[in-house]
Write a protein that binds this ligand. Structure first.
Ligand code: NAD
Ligand code: 6OD
Length: 488
């Protein structure tokens, strides 16, 4: 059974026992112990105590050394993390081994470096009597941070928040998704192995409303909430946080466009689109679900993208011939299939996919889905406007740059966009006019972790990454010291 990790110990959470299901074949991986309100209380209390205890008195360099040790221990136990992540998500081992697990370790190193290198601002000013005063900024940890995570990149997205939160001296209570509790739980062993003091890293398992998610985000002794997940959940958490005036960081959904100009390098474009539409079975917040293609190459791009989709091979994570996993759950499969039906009702031509693939008998209970490409959909259709979070896209033609820009920006979301062109002037012009937090030109997902990450509109509030994470995970105080002895 997967247990909660509270105050350095694995223990039952006092709530129900729920199932952790393998999306590949619907089998039971293990049971999970849900944290009750009291269980969450215990975790928050442990996190509060650790702040005042050994964690709070560590020097910055010692804290950073510990975070480097955490990263090294994740590397050392990469096979265990890989097995846990792949069982929970069903994603190909090759994907998890080159993306999820190494990024889990990198998130501790990058933010240890970032916090070591952040400069302190200082200004001199003058008092009315002409004496000088030195103003300088002090950074303190926010305190106890609630970290609420989704299921699509469980370790990567959890450490993306825990790394900087700990680097800044906070303690955390993590609530992983009920679909993917395993790697957050395993991190408790890592923390203990390298000597992170007890109570610094805590994990409570469970669901959202009426469960650990709600108990944590409404807890009066939480100092800040950092959330990644659906926009609607983000709104619920913001409502919950309003009562306590808690700072929130919100990394939410998207309906990200890719814009392909006729002058683009076609092979590189298809390679980029194939990843951004289908990687992780389309379950990436930054993934592309709207593809606008300039008319002269429209048919070619559609044919090549459909061809690439048809080459994706669903199968077990450790099947060396397979490169395409299932969706996270039967419930999510039903949601995505609902959009596949809606697309047809809205007049889509299904160029490829559109249903559930034929799978061998032992995989029939898995949450499998076909990678799908549509044409013929209006830019105004619900299929082209609502986040599906599946391996599918609507391909829509355009004639002019202005028309492409108008459609790309015509959304309530504002997370990411990709542009494919060989024209560097156009790349700059288009990138600066896109209303999104992350723009890629001729690539996708590539990112220096020191850069700002986040979205606008319904895609979120705030930015994390590099110094932007340090802004969220610290409180700034200005100290003004007057030098009374000085004359000018
Ligand atoms: P979700 O919102 O359903 O759940 C996310 C987490 O919130 C889970 O741990 C869940 O248990 C918890 N939760 C749910 N209701 C809650 C409540 N009322 N109070 C407290 N906690 C609650 O999201 P998901 O289905 O796990 O993930 C997919 C969504 O996440 C997609 O919309 C995707 O775009 C988004 N996402 C965004 C980013 C980003 O960086 N912007 C990254 C990954 C995923
Ligand atoms: O790369 C990252 O750090 C990041 N936050 C990616 C988010 C992916 C969303 O599914």
């Amino acid at each position: 059974m997967i247990l909660n990790f509270i105050d350095g110990q694995y223990r039952e959470g006092g709530g129900r026992i729920f199932n952790d299901i393998n999306p590949v074949d619907g089998s039971l991986i293990t049971h999970v112990s849900e944290a009750s309100r009291e269980g969450v209380d215990d975790a928050v209390r442990a996190a509060r105590a650790a702040l005042a205890g050994p964690w709070g008195s560590l020097k910055l360099a010692q804290r950073c050394d510990l975070l480097y040790a955490v990263a090294a221990e994740i590397d050392r136990r990469a096979e265990d993390f890989l097995a846990a992540e792949v069982a929970d998500t069903g994603k190909p081992r090759s994907l998890a081994s080159h993306l999820d697990i190494p990024r889990g370790a990198a998130n501790f190193r990058v933010f240890a470096d970032a916090v070591r290198n952040v400069p302190t601002e200082a200004f001199t000013s003058h008092a009315p009597d002409g004496k000088p005063a030195l103003n300088y900024a002090l950074r303190r940890p926010k305190g106890v941070v609630a970290v609420i995570c989704p299921w699509n990149l469980p370790l990567l997205l959890m450490t993306w928040k825990v790394g900087p939160a700990l680097a800044c001296g906070n303690t955390v209570v993590v609530k992983p998704s009920e679909e993917t509790p395993a790697t957050a739980a395993l991190m408790g062993e890592v923390m203990n192995a390298v000597g992170v003091p007890k109570g610094v890293y805590n994990v409570v398992h469970g669901f959202g409303p009426g469960s650990a998610g709600e108990f944590l985000t409404t807890h009066p002794d939480i100092d800040a909430i950092t959330f990644t997940g659906e926009t609607r959940t983000g709104a619920a958490i913001m409502r919950a946080s309003a009562a306590g005036i808690k700072p929130v960081s919100m990394e939410l959904g998207g309906k990200n466009p890719a814009v392909v100009f006729a002058d683009s390098d076609l092979d590189a474009t298809i390679a980029g689109l194939t990843r951004s539409v289908f990687e992780n079975t389309g379950q990436v917040c930054l993934g592309t679900e709207r593809v606008y293609v300039q008319r002269p190459i429209f048919e070619t791009v559609v044919a090549k993208l459909a061809d690439a989709a048809s080459r994706l091979k669903p199968g077990r994570p450790d099947d060396a011939n397979a490169n395409f996993g299932p969706l996270i759950s039967a419930e999510h499969q039903q949601k995505v299939l609902g959009y596949y039906a809606l697309a047809r009702e809205e007049g889509a031509t299904v160029v490829c996919g559109g249903g559930v693939p034929q799978m061998p008998r032992d995989l029939k209970q898995g949450a499998w889905i076909e990678p799908t490409v549509w044409t013929g959909l209006s830019h105004q259709s619900r299929t082209a406007r609502e986040e599906i979070f599946g391996p599918c896209c609507a391909v829509i033609p355009f004639d002019t740059e202005a028309e492409a820009l108008r459609m790309a920006n015509d959304t309530r979301y504002g997370l990411a966009a990709s542009v494919y062109t060989r024209d560097i002037d156009r790349a700059h012009r288009f990138a600066s006019a896109l209303k999104v937090g992350v723009v890629w030109v001729n690539t996708w997902f590539l990112r220096d972790l020191r850069t700002a990450f986040g979205g606008s509109g319904s895609s979120g509030i705030g930015r994390e990454g590099g110094v932007h994470s340090l802004e969220f995970y610290t409180e700034l105080s200005n100290v003004c010291i007057k030098f009374n002895g000085a004359t000018e």
